[in-house]
Design a protein around this ligand. Structure first.
Ligand code: SF4
Length: 194
């Protein structure tokens, strides 16, 4: 695990829960409108926060927080993710995972082990505009569709969120609604990178 940021308290990242947030470094996508490029481009990475430091801080807050939100970057890229989640759960925390949806096999393995309480997926664009939204002209959307199918079939608490990045318009909303059918879905305003 490479952890690039830690927020000790968030009231808004996990619906209805008091949560801490960790930000993992590294992403397999290059969204032109990424709000956190410092977690995507290795040249911008800060020295990682040791996992043991995060666990110690969470241990110190046991009973006063409900959950940990794991976001990025793209958390599912990290081989140490299941072990990390297991240790956080042992401290009594619920886990919410934020993912771009590109690695359904990792998600499936986490769900099969009962390691996730809530999942948020960015539904970035209608399927035919995903390569543009992700900054990858050859992007295959099949894994994303598999991720959404998996969440619905397993009845995992989840939601989809679409950031209104500058290239998106009202004309995209019918196709987005179609892609989101069967899942809670909302829009959120675009925030330029800090
Ligand atoms: S998937 Fe998320 S973290 Fe990765 S480049 Fe896109 S917006 Fe940034």
């Amino acid at each position: 695990m490479r952890i690039g940021g830690y927020v000790p308290l968030s009231l808004s990242d996990y619906p209805g829960q008091l949560a801490a947030v960790v930000f993992t470094q590294g992403c397999n996508w290059r969204c032109p409108w990424c709000h956190n490029p410092a977690l995507v481009h290795p040249a911008l990475f800060t020295p990682p926060i040791p996992v043991e430091t995060v666990l110690a801080r969470l241990a110190a807050r046991r009973g006063r927080l409900d959950a940990l939100v794991i976001t990025g970057g793209e958390p599912t890229l990290h081989d140490g993710l299941p072990g990390f989640i297991g240790r956080v759960r042992d401290l009594g925390y619920k886990i919410k995972l934020d993912t771009n949806g590109s690695r359904p096999a990792v998600l499936r393995a986490l769900l099969e082990r009962g390691l996730l309480d809530f999942v948020a997926v960015d539904l970035k664009a209608p399927w035919d505009r995903y390569p543009e939204a992700a900054g990858l002209p050859a992007l295959d959307t099949a894994p994303l569709r598999e991720t959404l199918r998996l969440l619905r079939e397993t009845r995992t608490p989840h939601h989809l969120r679409t950031t209104l990045w500058p290239g998106l318009s009202d004309a995209d909303k019918p196709a987005l609604a179609e892609a989101a059918a069967g899942s809670p879905h909302h829009y959120q305003p675009f925030r330029p990178p800090a």
